[in-house]
Design a protein around this ligand. Sequence first.
Ligand code: R2B
Ligand code: URA
Length: 296
Amino acid sequence: MNPEKINHAFLDGVMSGEYPDVYYHFGVASDDPILKKFRDVKAVVLCGSGGRIIEFAEKWSKKRKRKIYALPKEERFVTRYCDGVLFASHGMGMPSASICVQELMRMVYFLKDGNLEEMDKVFWTRVGTSGGVGLEGGTVVVTTEGLMADMKPYRVLVGEREHYFDGDFPKDVAQGIIDASKDSGLPLEMGKTIAGNEFFIEQMRLDGAIRLAEESWKFGWLDWIHEKGVRNIEMEGAMLAGFMNHWGFSKFAMICCTLLNRMNGDQVTASKEDLHSYSERSGTVLFNYLDVILKR
Ligand code: R2B
Ligand code: URA
């Protein structure tokens, strides 16, 4: 962990009990008794949709025969906790997901009493969907590096200055995820992932209401990123890696199933059944890994 990067100016007062931390978008504060149930958190699982969070938590609860706890506010993010795993939805895109991740980082800090060694035992992952770059729909990609559309890491404006984060995902964790599913028969790949700040323009689609690229530009970009090792495109990974690396977490990952091969088109035309099976695939890969790291 990087203690000097943790916001002690704010969090020390929370830990000393001077004031509670309000996780506004989750509808709880650090002095809410429900958080006592979350203290044993060992993994944080994030995905875009609230419905999927509920399914994941139910699956985990059934497997482990443990009760599910929910946070009451669901209008922004849907949250469940069951047997060491905190499941939370993050919405779509980095502006939404960054709020979720920042509030959860503070929550984990509080839950682990600011103990860096305990915090670093927590595994974080996003499980989601993506567009394949040279990969057919249904391939599960485990990310090695999260970058933005220009192949540079996630950055934000701090007043007039630009702050760059580190987009690396820990390779040992990515390899561990692949190893845990090697007998699953699922198509698995490791590779870099682009996070677009937008589904159409920043992912070089030509089917948006607004079209700013021509076909030759789109394919030039897809070929360029493919050559540089990018295997899929989604909307949150560069931020997730950036924030995890900032505090120095060592166990985090992203597991995304592709819905289409962007080399062949822009519209998501897979059938309802195929889309369901694709989302099951990334879930299977997640649970295979959780079974390895959270053995009982
Ligand atoms: C993948 O799918 C969503 C857009 O359809 C977005 O949240 C993402 O990263
Ligand atoms: N999610 C994305 O962000 N892009 C795709 O192409 C598919 C899913």
